[in-house]
Design a protein around this ligand. Structure first.
Ligand SMILES: Nc1ncnc2c1ncn2[C@@H]1O[C@H](COP(=O)(O)OP(=O)(O)OP(=O)(O)O)[C@@H](O)[C@H]1O
Length: 625
């Protein structure tokens, strides 16, 4: 954490606007120090462009705040916390300000400070209010005390506004993120904020009580988000080639902690341990399970929750999210729009709780015990073989996967099977219409309104509670009926399912179904995937496509435009059954190895709460393809 500095600021619609520098921006002659237009402005504005990236640009912490320029806005979406602070020191020099009267920490060893300490006027602590600070017009002790120490710069500093505690001025410690290297890190600033409270609330006797500046900052900083999350972080210490723990502790935890989240950590001690953790955890203690891992742990958590006797309450209460610390982080890329743990942590605290569809997988060997829930994908054929069977060259990282796919395709490998499908949008034209109709529906979108009672947790009131509508916002949204399969595998394939052309399925190379746009970094396999449209995306290729055509298809996976190629089948479906006709092989479900047996899958609408940046998956630009 960098040192604290104090500046004067106001609130705007966009954030906290720095209006003037404090004394340490001036030399002892009151002149502005030379560099007055430096990096923090550009750093904050690059954060302000609304795009999280894993590459936050370069930022040298040492030269940042010392040189904070005028008129810099700290955007609300970068603010993690705000609190009132007290001051113990004010100084006057013949009516001229000779030091910052609001200094609470000894930040500078400059001679100015030493000089100023001799002029200490008051050691009285400014007292923050109990709940929210009342403005001085309410004539509390804080206001009358501070109005006594109002002061100003002399004429030689006339470009600097009056600096002093007066009506509607509040001393606030603001915590926000700034870029550093490829990450974002928390930073603190002490600000003297001029502010007339605009918002008010009704008191218990109907009286109007102005809400304080801290609450106003926090409301705007966490608009539509839930504040002060109670998070169980599950770390797979082996994830991401053994770096998951360090990644979480150094990059994600500081941001979660500064945002006021309560954090508990559980480490996975054996393969599939996260299933047991989720099965046994006390759901009353948490609202969020954050998997500091690859995609394997969220898969296990979802399935552990599914096996609980109180699964309805568990899925109603808990949001499952990922902090990308593994080798495959499709959930974070799709939901937080980043593969970087620090940006993902920022996204986690700022995100919108949203219900997303899951998929339920049944195969003979386990369906009578527990079907398996899948949040990401199922695949058979070239990609399944390449994903799983290249485990032995794990040290190569994601490139091993691409090499495996290319190798098998060049060899002309086929994976014959039978496929039965219940379509939602069969043709590419129908699919586009479905996508455009559903893209902006905000289905599954949960928002949190500020709690009118400042004495209780600030934002546990969802809009549905206010409206008394049993919709996806409601804590009673799910019932046991949501978990019931529409198409149990024990029953024959329903008559309204279509059998795919055997000419195609006997020559199949790639069979891939999914619910999130990215299946890996730089692999936008399902560009039309939507969080809660009630459908699964299906992509199929067959070995009759010549290698010369297949190569550009594979090379366009990063852009997602492979689905537009005429040789590629791309549909939206509700359910399917695939019966492999090969002797050996496997399925891959959310990156996990599944047996080579008939597989039946159906969509489970809005079963799982997760955290999405802006309530959406990352923009795939599918509509403009
Ligand atoms: N302590 C452990 N020992 C052995 N295996 C573990 C342990 N903890 C978790 N696992 C297993 O590691 C697997 C991969 O987990 P995760 O997705 O977090 O990592 P990853 O780095 O992304 O790896 P992958 O490339 O396999 O997805 C899971 O199947 C999980 O059960």
């Amino acid at each position: 954490m960098a040192v604290q500095k104090k500046l004067r600021a106001i609130l705007t619609d966009e954030g906290v606007l720095i209006k003037s520098q404090s004394h340490h921006m001036f030399n002892k002659h009151g002149q502005l120090r030379s560099a007055d237009s430096l990096s923090l402005l550009s750093c904050l504005s690059c954060l302000d462009d609304g795009t999280l990236s894993s590459d936050g640009g370069s930022f040298d912490e040492d030269d940042s705040l010392e040189l904070l320029p005028l008129n810099t806005t700290i955007p609300f979406n970068r603010i993690l916390n705000a609190k009132y602070i007290s001051t113990s020191q004010t100084n006057l020099d013949n009516g001229k300000l000779s030091t910052d009267p609001f200094q609470t920490e000894n930040l500078s060893s400059s001679s100015e400070n030493d000089e100023m300490e001799n002029h200490s006027l008051s050691n009285d602590k400014i007292r923050p209010p109990t709940n929210e600070l009342q403005p001085s017009s309410n004539k509390n002790r804080w206001a009358s005390k501070t109005s006594n120490i109002k002061t100003s710069f002399d004429a030689s500093h006339d470009t600097t506004p009056t600096l002093g505690m007066k009506d509607h001025q509040y001393l606030i410690e603001l915590t926000f993120v700034v870029p550093k290297g490829h990450d974002v890190i928390p930073q603190k600033l002490t600000l003297l904020i001029d502010h007339v409270p605009r918002k008010s609330r009704a008191g218990s006797k109907g009286e109007i009580i102005p809400s304080g500046i801290v609450e106003e900052i926090l409301e705007k900083s966490y608009e539509n988000s839930k504040r002060n999350r109670s998070i169980l972080v599950i770390i797979n210490p082996h994830g991401g080639k053994g770096t998951a723990k360090t990644l979480f502790l150094t990059k994600a935890q500081p941001i979660l902690a500064e945002s006021g989240c309560k954090i508990e950590i559980a480490y996975t001690k054996y393969a599939r341990h996260a299933i047991d953790i989720a099965k046994d955890l006390d759901i009353r203690k948490y609202d969020t399970i954050a998997c500091a891992s690859g995609d394997g742990i969220p898969y296990e958590v979802i399935n552990g929750l599914y096996r609980r006797s109180d699964r309805v309450e568990a899925f109603n209460k808990l949001a499952v999210t990922q902090l990308p610390c593994g080798s495959g982080n499709a959930m974070s890329i799709s939901c937080h729009w980043t593969n970087n743990p620090s940006y993902a942590a920022l996204c986690l605290v700022k995100s919108i709780e949203t219900r997303i569809d899951l998929m339920c997988c049944s195969q003979p060997s386990y369906m009578n015990e527990w079907p398996r829930l899948s949040f990401l994908s199922q695949t058979y054929g070239v990609i399944a073989e390449s994903d799983i069977n290249t485990e032995f060259i794990r040290w190569m990282g994601p490139i091993r996967f691409n090499l495996g796919v290319a190798f098998n395709i060049i060899q002309g490998k086929k994976y014959p099977c039978e496929v039965f499908v219940k379509y939602a949008a069969k043709s590419k034209k129908e699919l586009k219409v479905h996508f455009l109709e559903n893209k902006n529906s905000n289905k599954g979108y949960l928002t949190f309104e500020p709690n009118p009672d400042p004495n209780s947790s600030p934002d546990l009131v969802s809009r549905s509670n206010n409206n008394e509508i049993k919709d996806e916002l409601s804590p009673n949204f799910l019932t046991e009926s949501n978990f019931k399969l529409k198409y149990p595998m024990t029953e024959p394939v329903p008559s309204d399912w279509e059998k795919m052309d055997p000419e195609l399925t006997d020559n199949l190379t790639i069979f891939y179904t999914g619910k999130m746009p990215y299946i890996a970094k730089d692999t936008k396999f399902f560009p039309a995937a939507l969080p809660a449209d009630g459908t699964i995306d299906l992509v199929i290729t067959d070995a009759r496509i010549p290698v010369t055509r297949m190569t550009p298809i594979l090379l366009s996976l990063d852009k997602g435009s492979h689905v537009l190629e005429p040789e590629v089948i791309h549909s939206k479906i509700l359910a399917y059954k695939i019966i492999p006709k090969v002797e050996s092989g496997l399925f891959s479900v959310d990156g996990e190895k599944f047996p080579l047996e008939p597989l039946q899958v159906e969509v489970m609408p809005m079963l799982c709460k997760t955290l999405l940046r802006n309530g959406r998956y990352i923009d795939t630009e599918f509509e403009s393809m």
